[in-house]
Structure formats: structure tokens, C-alpha cells
Ligand binder design. Structure first.
Ligand code: M6R
Length: 612
């Protein structure tokens, strides 16, 4: 997804901007560009492809202490140099970069063309530059900027420079994150913290509707309602530069799979203490403020996308089994646009790694409007979803850079287990049941480590199957969401066609696909539905389909049906998803690398999808 960096300070802006763009590369993009204010001129460079392509066109010693930069992920207009940001007005006096979508750009463009403006791209963004230009004919730049953003419909994070005020950078935010890094004699604006943390840990979060006016010495942030100056809090963020690097792993994805034990430990930290003392319940400080409302809820609706959605499906099983709480899981993108029956006895739980996914955010807003209690399970601290939900639980998985989500999934599952136990104890779950689950939960990181130690077996198998172009991923009950997650992961990074199915559904259709060239990946731990899963395996075998199976260690019998078996340690049925997911993630990773792909930056994908 698009990324923004802006600099205003005493240093040369270009090296800071280029470095910032490289740090945003993980978000996924197709082109990049930079504008600098140089004396009374604006100089702009753009390139299609990687930031390294843009860098070839630049001389890092170039003068200019104020500038903006962007990585673009195409929405309106093909990935091309003319569509890459920054975009300028007719007079080349205003340059801006934009994240989000301007929904009324067609109407605005028509009006501006009538007024004589000439457009040079197919983007929605360019209208903003011309709109400001038009209004600035009669007003100060700040006034024009303010007025222009009021006319815009849709979402935006905007960073703007003008040669009329060469020492200033202007920003505005609505629905697309923007943060301001506060350095000594300098400010760095970015769409996420990774572009800032090597310069400063002091951060100001911009809120929707706010406009910022920034010089090397100061910043003013005005609210959108009455243009009053806001007294903004400066936060200290706890994110090291090292955390966002690969630490010796060939890919972020592999590093992050290896961080799954740590991610689970961090999610549990300080939250299961009470199991050894009174009550046998988890301690979720983030929910304290809504404790009473939470006790009264009769229904949970989980909204999320992609991998977070699959964590949500697992959450449904957990919440219904342990908390007796009727739970539905809905794709966030569907939630907003249909009539739903949520009310104040419903809690709507948004799950999101980034906390910026537009579909999920809009679902939260819709739920709020309907009077539901909104909760979040979010990884990125201070993100929009974290801030807009009534209460929430942070995952504490650390930054996830690989586009394919892995460790965030494990930490989301951990938080869901804790939530199910907490709500369960308030309802019918006994102390001994709860304690047993919590105790086993604390062993999960070690069990994931055992899988990681054996990763070469998975690598070998991935090599054997790397040329297969179709897969059916199958699982029942707790293993069903893992089948979906495994299929998504292999699709994303190996560009292999894979379908995730409830194993019991296979015989209702997908079985028609099975032959000796169409393998199946069964998630089949020794659980309450094992025998049923085996029936599905028999059906595949009978049609000469190849089978790879995840099975519990010690299960030798499965070899009678499966061609290849990957073992996971024994655990409780409800916690087996942690273990099978690690295997499925590693399998997808090795198939992707074996096929020669850049698994950290899969084609067409964005880390954080901030458009609906
Ligand atoms: O940041 P979020 O958890 O809200 O993101 C949701 C999905 O976009 C994300 O999980 C996506 O499906 C990943 N590429 C999965 O690997």
C-alpha cells in the first residue's frame, strides 16, 4: 500500500526521504517519487518499480531541506511514471503525495478542467494539487489547503510542499494514517513509524480532520472543525531500528515465523498471572474500562480481513466453546454494506495486525453507529483501529514487515484464547478447565520452537512439491481456519492456486478436482474430529490424489493414507492451530523461495490495505 515520507529541517532532505522510502518498501508498491523545494523551484523525480530505480535518477547531494516522497500502489491509473506521486499543479508551484482515495475526483476534475487546468496523470490525487492551486489564487496557502481538503470526499493522508513557502511542509489526514516524528531542528512526516524511528522516537499522531503546518523549528496542528490549534501530545515509541531489520534471516517472513514463540510469549506476558492465584482468569487491562458492558453482551461479531479473519474464525470456536458466547465472524468488507442486526448487547471485535485496514476500520465505525460495544485486537500501537475502538487488547507481536502475515496470526490467536478464558470464567467455564488451558498455553511457545528446529523436514517436502500448481487445503473444526490460512499463504507468496475447505465439504464439490496431479494438504491433528478427517483422506486416496498431512507426533498410522507427513507436538485440540499454522507458514515459505519468488514482497499485494 502507498507510503508517505516528508522532511523539513536543517539537513539535506533527499537522503532522509530515500531512506524513508526504503523502510516503507515492505508495504508493497509499484512506483515511487520525490519532490524537493529548491530555492524558488520544485524539483521532482519519479520511477516505476523499486525505490532503487528511483535512486538511479537521483544525486543524494542535491540541495533542498524540505521535501516529500511516496511509494505508490496503483488504485486509479496504471502503475506508470506519469501516475507515480508526487503530483503537481499547472504552475508547478505545489507538489503533493497522497495515500487514500478521492471519491469525488471525477466531478472535481471536470470543474477544474472547465476552469482551464491541465492534467497530466490518470490519478485521483492530481485533482488535489489543482484544487489547492485554484483556491490559492485568492487566499493564503494555508487557507487554500484547508478549504480544498474540506471539498474532498473519500480518504487521504496528504503531505504538500509549495515553493511559495519553501520552508514549510503541510499535511492533512482523513482515514489514512499520518504521524509526525519530532526531531531536533527537524520533523519527519510518515504514513508509518518505520520511516521515522531511525531519526527519532518522539511521535505525534495526527487525527482525522487535522491539518499540520510544519517548519524546521515548530509545528502547528489545527482541527478540522473550527481550525483551532490543537495541543498535541508527543508520544515516545518503543520500536528499535533493529526490530525492523532482518537479523540474519534471508527474509522477513522467515524471521517472523521464527518470532512466533516470542510473539505468543509477549501476548501472554502479565496476562495469565492470576491462573496460579485467585480466579483462574486472564487479566486483560485494555478491557477494564468496558468491564461492565462486556458482562452484559449476548453476542460477539468478529470483523477482520485475510489472515486476521482466519484468526477470527478460530476465535469463534474458542468463544463458543469456552465462553458460551454466540459468535459470528464476518469479512469486514461485507459487514458495512448489508443490513445487520447488531445492537448494544453485541460486541463487535475487530482483529487487525496493522490497525489501518480500511475495510475493518469502516466496519468498526458502522458498529459504533449502531450502538455496539467495539473492541480491537490490534498489533500496531496507536493505529487508527486501536484508537477508534471502545477498548482493546494489543498483540505485542512487534512490527511485522513481511507482507504475508505470520507472527501476527499467532499473537492474535493467543489474545483470542485469553479473551475466551476471561469471558468464559465470567460465564460457565470452570476454574480447573480454565487453568488447564492456560497452563498448556504457556507451553505453546516451546512447542512452536520444536517445529522450528525441525524446519528442514518441511523445507525438503516443500522442494518435492514446489512445482505443483494446485492444492486443496483441508481441515475440520479448529483445523478448518488453518486450512484456509495455509491456502492463503501459499497463494500469496508462491502464486500457486490453493483452495481452503472444511474437510467435510470436500465431498460436496471440490472432490471433482482430485486426480494424481492435484495434491491435498490435510491439517489432521489427533483431535475429536480426527476420524472424520480420515474419511476425507480415504476419499482423496481412492481418487489417487497425493496427500501431505499435518499430524500429531506418534501418529504412524496416518502414513497408510498420507504420502508425506509433517508432525506437530501433542497439545489440546483448541490450541493445535498454533502448531499447525507454523507448519503451514513454513511450508508456504519454502515453496515460495523454492519457486524463486521474493516472498517478502509478493506481487500485487500490500502489507496494509488502506482502501476499501
Ligand atoms: O493488517 P490486517 O491484519 O488488518 O490485514 C488484513 C489482511 O490484509 C492481511 O491479513 C492479508 O490477508 C495478509 N497479506 C495475509 O498474509
Amino acid at each position: 500500500m502507498c507510503g508517505i515520507v516528508g522532511y523539513v529541517g536543517k539537513r539535506k532532505a533527499l537522503p532522509v526521504l530515500v531512506d524513508g522510502l526504503k523502510r516503507l518498501e515492505y508495504r508493497g508498491y509499484d512506483s515511487a517519487g520525490i519532490s524537493l523545494v529548491q530555492k524558488s523551484e520544485i524539483k521532482t523525480w519519479r520511477a516505476v518499480g523499486r525505490v532503487s530505480e528511483l535512486e538511479k535518477k537521483l544525486d543524494l547531494a542535491e540541495a533542498g531541506n524540505v521535501g516529500i516522497a511516496h511509494t505508490r500502489w496503483a488504485t486509479h491509473g496504471a502503475p506508470s511514471e506519469k501516475n507515480a506521486h508526487p503530483h503537481l499543479d499547472c504552475g508547478k508551484n505545489i507538489s503533493l503525495v497522497h495515500n487514500g482515495i478521492i471519491e469525488n475526483y471525477t466531478e472535481l476534475k471536470k470543474i477544474l478542467i472547465k476552469k482551464g487546468h491541465k492534467f497530466s496523470s490518470d490519478t485521483d490525487t492530481e485533482v488535489v494539487a489543482h484544487l489547492i492551486e485554484e483556491i490559492a489564487k485568492k487566499k493564503s496557502f494555508l487557507m487554500a489547503f484547508r478549504e480544498a481538503v474540506k471539498i474532498l470526499e473519500g480518504t487521504y493522508g496528504l503531505a504538500v510542499i509549495t515553493n511559495k513557502e519553501p520552508e514549510k511542509l503541510y499535511c492533512a489526514r482523513k482515514g489514512s494514517p499520518l504521524i509526525l516524528g519530532v526531531g531536533r531542528d527537524e520533523f519527519i512526516v510518515a504514513s508509518d513509524a518505520s520511516a521515522i524511528i531511525n531519526h527519532t522516537k518522539k511521535i505525534v499522531y495526527m487525527e482525522d480532520g487535522e491539518i499540520a503546518e510544519i517548519t524546521p523549528d515548530s509545528f502547528n496542528i489545527f482541527n478540522g472543525k473550527n481550525n483551532h490549534k490543537e495541543d498535541k501530545k508527543i508520544f515516545e515509541i518503543n520500536l528499535s531500528d533493529e526490530q525492523v531489520k532482518k537479523q540474519g534471516f534471508p527474509h522477513f517472513m522467515l524471521k517472523e515465523i521464527h518470532q512466533q514463540p516470542e510473539a505468543v510469549r509477549n501476548a501472554l506476558l502479565g496476562r495469565v498471572e492470576k491462573f496460579t492465584k485467585d480466579g483462574g482468569t486472564s487479566v486483560l487491562g485494555g478491557l477494564r474500562d468496558v468491564e461492565n458492558r462486556l458482562k452484559k453482551i449476548r453476542r460477539m461479531v468478529i470483523v477482520a480481513c485475510g489472515t486476521s479473519y482466519y484468526a477470527g474464525l478460530t476465535g469463534k470456536y474458542l468463544l463458543e466453546e469456552f465462553a458460551d458466547l454466540p459468535t459470528e465472524v464476518e469479512s469486514a468488507s461485507e459487514f458495512r454494506y448489508r443490513k445487520n442486526t447488531i445492537d448494544r448487547h453485541t460486541a463487535v471485535l475487530a482483529i487487525s495486525q496493522s490497525g489501518e485496514t480500511a475495510d475493518t476500520l469502516e466496519a468498526v465505525r458502522e458498529a459504533k453507529l449502531k450502538g455496539a460495544l467495539t473492541l480491537g485486537i490490534v498489533n500496531t500501537v496507536g493505529s487508527t483501529i486501536a484508537r477508534e475502538t471502545d477498548a482493546g487488547i494489543y498483540c505485542h507481536a512487534g512490527p511485522e514487515i513481511g507482507v504475508a502475515s505470520t507472527k501476527a496470526f499467532s499473537s492474535q490467536l493467543s489474545v483470542l484464547v485469553l479473551l475466551a478464558l476471561m469471558l468464559g470464567r465470567e460465564r460457565k467455564l470452570s476454574f480447573s478447565e480454565s487453568k488447564a488451558i492456560a497452563k498448556e498455553m504457556e507451553k505453546i511457545p516451546e512447542k512452536i520452537e520444536q517445529i522450528l528446529e525441525n524446519k528442514n523436514a518441511i523445507k525438503k517436502l516443500a522442494k518435492k512439491y514446489a512445482r505443483c500448481t494446485d492444492w486443496l487445503y483441508l481441515g475440520r473444526k479448529y483445523s478448518f481456519p488453518i486450512a484456509l490460512e495455509g491456502a492463503l499463504k501459499i497463494k500469496e507468496i508462491s502464486y500457486v492456486h490453493a483452495e481452503g475447505y472444511a474437510a467435510g465439504e470436500m465431498k460436496h464439490g471440490p472432490i471433482a478436482l482430485i486426480d494424481e496431479k492435484f495434491p491435498s494438504f490435510f491439517v489432521a491433528p489427533s483431535d475429536s474430529v480426527y476420524e472424520k478427517t480420515m474419511s476425507g483422506m480415504q476419499e482423496v486416496k481412492a481418487r489417487k490424489g497425493k496427500i501431505v498431512a499435518i499430524a500429531t507426533v506418534g501418529n504412524k498410522k496416518i502414513k497408510e493414507l498420507a504420502d508425506d507427513v509433517l508432525h506437530i507436538p501433542e497439545s489440546l485440540e483448541a490450541l493445535s492451530p498454533f502448531l499447525s499454522a507454523t507448519v503451514a507458514h513454513l511450508f508456504a515459505y519454502y515453496v515460495g523461495t523454492e519457486r524463486g519468488y521474493d516472498v517478502d514482497r509478493p506481487r500485487n499485494l500490500a502489507k496494509s490495505v488502506t482502501v476499501e
